[in-house]
Design a binder for this molecule. Structure first.
Ligand SMILES: [Zn+2]
Length: 267
């Protein structure tokens, strides 16, 4: 399926980029991407993927808009408080780019359903806000062999990593176990800086877009840590572990317990 005249015009500023042309744009058009979480990270992630022309985007989020979300979650307004985020975001993103398909899933992702829910995607971009779901998404992507673009923000610090199954380390290679419940403060307790969610979400979207277009990406086997206090961008080399329970020799299901708190670590 080629590009229409409207699409050629809409994407003209990226079609003239070096190493990016109609072949790469068509790859984006034919891509199907899951965005887990439609919050602080999910808003910039899904907006950037929408504007770039990713053909099919499925937003997963069970939450409703709360007034406390509005310092960073720019797809929502005060009139949206109490309404389902994924459904609102899907509508707004469809308005931004009518050339693509955006849909919403308001079912909660759990360790039991993640493997089925996240099957059949070309990439998953994770902006979830809690450890049980984050590990479920990682393990599902490892087993389903779906590339995963991970991000997390708490206070003034953000992190991102790109995970390509069979090639790079996964989230569990770095952090085999979730921290004990209560060890990491929630964003309700510690706060979250809106500009950092926008920055990390844009980095995740940049990595996913380039990967889907068939271009090189910079965060394979590399954990990027950004600190807004100093504007240090630190790249930490990481390694795939053969004994990783998600992506190593043998998959061992390891659901992370604890309650799913909407404010656990921002997404
Ligand atoms: Zn691993």
């Amino acid at each position: 399926m080629g590009l229409s005249l409207d699409e050629i015009k809409r994407y003209s500023r990226q079609l003239v980029l070096p190493d990016f042309g109609s072949r790469e744009q068509n790859r984006l058009k034919n891509a199907k991407v899951a965005v887990t979480g439609a919050g602080g990270l999910g808003c910039p992630v899904s907006t950037n993927l929408t504007l770039a022309g990713v053909g099919e985007i499925v937003l997963f989020d069970m939450d409703e808009v709360d007034l406390t979300n509005l310092n960073r979650q720019f797809l929502y307004t005060p009139a949206d408080v109490g309404k389902k985020k994924a459904e609102l975001a899907a509508k707004r993103l469809s308005d931004l780019n009518p050339e693509i398909n955006v849909s919403a899933v308001t079912e909660m992702i759990t360790y039991d359903n993640a493997f089925d829910l996240l099957k059949g995607f070309d990439a998953v971009v994770d902006g979830t806000d809690n450890f049980p779901v984050r590990y479920a998404v990682n393990d599902a992507c490892a087993v389903n062999k779906v590339p995963l673009f991970h991000g997390a923000v708490l206070m003034f610090e953000g992190r991102a990593i790109s995970i390509i199954p069979g090639e790079t380390a996964c989230f569990r290679c770095i952090f085999p176990e979730a921290p004990p419940a209560g060890m990491v403060p929630t964003c309700r307790e510690a706060g979250v800086f809106g500009s950092m969610t926008a920055l990390i979400g844009s980095i995740q979207a940049s990595e996913a877009t380039r990967y889907l277009a068939g271009m090189d990406i910079g965060l394979k086997n590399t954990l990027l840590v950004i600190n807004a206090d100093t504007m240090d961008f630190q790249k930490i080399n990481i390694h795939k572990r053969e004994d990783c329970t998600a992506c190593g020799r043998e998959f061992i299901p390891k659901p992370v317990g604890g309650t799913v708190c909407a404010d656990r670590i921002e997404g």
